[in-house]
Design a protein around this ligand. Structure first.
Ligand code: GMT
Length: 373
């Protein structure tokens, strides 16, 4: 099959899922064409069946300050669809990708049939897509898609409710490669924590929805009882304020801000507990990668996170903002090696089963076949 994939290329979860999906499809024998304004950040693996097509927006004085990326993307999608003879387009994150795909399908319709699938990831539905300035166009993008998927049951229900749409939405959860994300005990933990100290970890794009200050509040409480250190992976708007907090609260020696590290799996796999206290989370890809690495997760009972983290089995979920409760659970886990092991083992089992890349990717492929008809 020849598949065009469009996503945001930056470090957001939807780009990660799109890239890993494309690579897995290529390994299975499909030809995959990524179409975006930059190379997706996780597309570091070269594969003979993977191509990247960069969308460039030609500048023109009248376009300032709003160059029409949506149109340039639609043009590139149509161009790639024609000369690479694409069977299907798969766009990740509804805005504006579904609209560009709709336009591309129209452009080529006289010569080609170009169905497209839209995968809903989260903030495209729960935040920006609900803004009155985008709601009608997001609903339109969903309704004109040939197929729609959502990464959790919760997100599917939110979409139906917020957009008052009867469009059928297939739930296909996010996935992880358990060969890549696995325990790396001792490997890197020594770099950040000395022996006898525990290592806590957080990964995100440091946006307000991630509640970075809650991560630090939990860590501060834990470190009063348990000798420990914290690694913060990723980057984004709230990083500066978080670093300033650590300087002001004498946490600089204990909290390491690593940025977007390429060897994410080694750092996550060396941790003892993973924190994800988000305000909202349609799935929680970072939590799944921690579970695959046998790291218990402490997070908020929000959105689709309970579909990933099984309460009391792979970690603990508490109300949003309950930093006391989260710290208490972290201390409980870090003081009981058997509990830490059991939660980690259960997380790994789920990652190897329900959320295994080898089981989930074929579900996307079957969906493509169904949509192509
Ligand atoms: O908000 C983000 O973290 C980025 C966003 C995205 O679409 O790039 O992530 C969403 O999609 C991820 C992949 O499906 C999910 O794992 C995240 O839970 C989801 N984020 C939110 O819902 C806040």
């Amino acid at each position: 099959m020849k598949i065009g994939i469009t996503c945001y290329p930056t470090f957001g979860g939807s780009g990660v899922v799109a890239t890993e999906l494309g690579l897995a499809l290529a390994r299975g024998g499909d030809d995959v064409h990524f179409i975006s304004y930059a190379m997706p950040s996780r597309l570091s693996v070269l594969h003979e069946r993977v191509r990247f097509h960069e969308v460039t927006v030609t500048p023109y004085p009248l376009f300032d300050p709003y160059p029409p990326y949506t149109l340039a993307l639609a043009t590139k999608m149509a161009e790639v669809a024609e000369y690479e003879k694409l069977d299907i387009l798969h766009v990740h994150y509804a805005i504006p990708h579904a609209i560009s795909a709709h336009l591309a399908r129209e452009i080529v319709s006289a010569r080609n049939n170009l169905p497209f699938i839209t995968t809903l990831h989260g903030t495209d539905i729960t935040l920006v897509g609900r803004d009155p300035s985008y709601l009608p166009i997001t609903r339109f993008g969903i309704e004109v898609s040939n197929g729609v998927t959502a990464v959790s049951q919760w997100l599917r229900d939110e979409t139906a409710k917020n957009f008052a749409t009867k469009k059928e939405i297939e739930v296909i959860p996010n996935f992880v490669d358990p060969a890549r994300f696995r325990k790396h005990a001792g490997a890197l933990s020594g770099l950040f924590a000395s022996s006898g100290e525990k290592l806590l970890c957080h990964v995100s794009n440091f946006r307000p929805v991630k509640r970075i200050m809650d991560v630090l509040a939990v860590f501060e409480r834990v470190s009063r009882t348990i000798p420990s250190r914290m690694v913060m992976i990723g980057d984004g708007p709230d990083r500066s304020v978080a670093e300033a907090f650590c300087r002001d609260h004498h946490l600089r020696e204990q909290v390491f801000f690593l940025g977007n590290v390429p060897n994410l799996e080694e750092v996550v796999g060396a941790a003892d507990v993973f924190l994800l206290p988000s305000e909202a989370e349609s799935f929680g890809m970072a939590a799944l990668e921690a579970m695959a690495s046998e790291v218990p997760v402490i997070g908020s009972r929000a959105g689709g996170l309970p579909e990933v983290v099984v309460e009391g089995e792979t970690g603990y979920l508490l109300p949003v903002g309950d930093v006391e409760g989260m710290a208490a659970r972290a201390i409980e886990i870090l003081s009981a090696p058997d509990l830490q092991r059991r939660l980690g083992h259960n997380g790994r089992t789920l990652a190897e089963g329900t959320f295994n890349v080898n089981g989930v990717v074929p579900r996307y492929r079957e969906f493509y076949e169904r949509v192509i008809g």
